[in-house]
Write a protein that binds this ligand. Sequence first.
Ligand SMILES: NC(=O)c1ccc[n+]([C@@H]2O[C@H](COP(=O)([O-])OP(=O)(O)OC[C@H]3O[C@@H](n4cnc5c(N)ncnc54)[C@H](OP(=O)(O)O)[C@@H]3O)[C@@H](O)[C@H]2O)c1
Length: 349
Amino acid sequence: MAAQKQTVLIIGGTGAQGTPVVKELSKSNNYFIKVLTRSPSSASALTLSNLPNVTLISGDGYNEKDLHSAFIDISIAFVNLNGFAIGEKAELYWGIRIFEIAAEHGVKHFIWASLDSSYQISSYEPRFRTGHFEGKSKVADWISAQKMGDGAMKWSVLTSCMYLETFSEMLAPAKEMVDGEEVVVFKAPVGNGMPPMIYLEDLGKYARWLVEYPEKSNGLNLKIATANVGWEEVAKSFTEVTGKKAVFKDISLEEYFASGVFGDADRKVGHSVGHEDDTLMTYRENFSGFWNTWREDVLKRSKKDYELLDEILPERVQSVGEWMKLTGYTGERTNVLKDYADAGRKKPQ
Ligand SMILES: NC(=O)c1ccc[n+]([C@@H]2O[C@H](COP(=O)([O-])OP(=O)(O)OC[C@H]3O[C@@H](n4cnc5c(N)ncnc54)[C@H](OP(=O)(O)O)[C@@H]3O)[C@@H](O)[C@H]2O)c1
């Protein structure tokens, strides 16, 4: 007799990261998938609801009552909280609380979508402190200290990194005329840094692997990336793939924020919470920590990390050039983050 399908709850399933996870699990045909969303009529929610085995649940992932309802009859959970929407303090609270609620409801396997903390890894150098790394990373540390075995809920951590798709939104290149010739310019305050970046479809496949092989993934913090990406390579790959002239222009943090990438950079992160909270960082503070981290190469993936990724996903995309070719990358702006689309910021300046 075929094994009964288990039900997976995805929190953050309608987002850029959660969507490929839902799609991969749907494709496997081995699971029922429930996606918790505040707006079942959003474009991304409707797309998911048309996939096989997928059901939407209406509710807020930062609400005790909605969470208790959502976790009924759930065997596996994949949880990606939105640190940009709620800030570090709330992410820390809800990450821990959602783990506890999952355990109360008898969930067998809890998967936490995380990010590394450059602040912690650098022994707390303030110039690397990045709020949206901190919430996720601290919850991952707390989860890693939970009891294992003896019927305890299994847990895994999926530590990701910047999406390659960001090159179509926040990091999309500009077109400039240089000596009468159009040149595509990739600008970022990154210097010679090489941040790890991930192709979102592959992220979905790694999440599926964590779900499908709990005996291997229990207690594992899987650190994923497509490659450590340098911006000179980005420009070079773009030219190779599109035939168009491209350059990388290193810019200072001041130039970056002055470009209006976040509108008013001195407003606080946490667009879904009140801002009368001194613990919330401003965009300038948060993204200074972010770019200082990449410029100084504080977070990378090691040879060992990539060896494991090759073993898990031999067909994985391995470079930014391969990603550009595979996805038909043109440098044009498009919506990647649901947050951006919801805010009507299709073409951030
Ligand atoms: N951008 C990157 O390169 C990157 C890389 C790695 C990790 N991350 C992390 O991923 C998280 C964001 O997820 P994403 O990249 O999938 O973003 P996204 O595309 O903007 O999606 C946002 C998700 O958050 C959900 N959400 C729940 N409550 C929310 C609220 N009160 N306000 C806003 N959204 C809410 C949305 O669900 P509904 O609207 O359907 O309720 C949606 O699923 C952040 O913590 C970020 O640090 C980002």
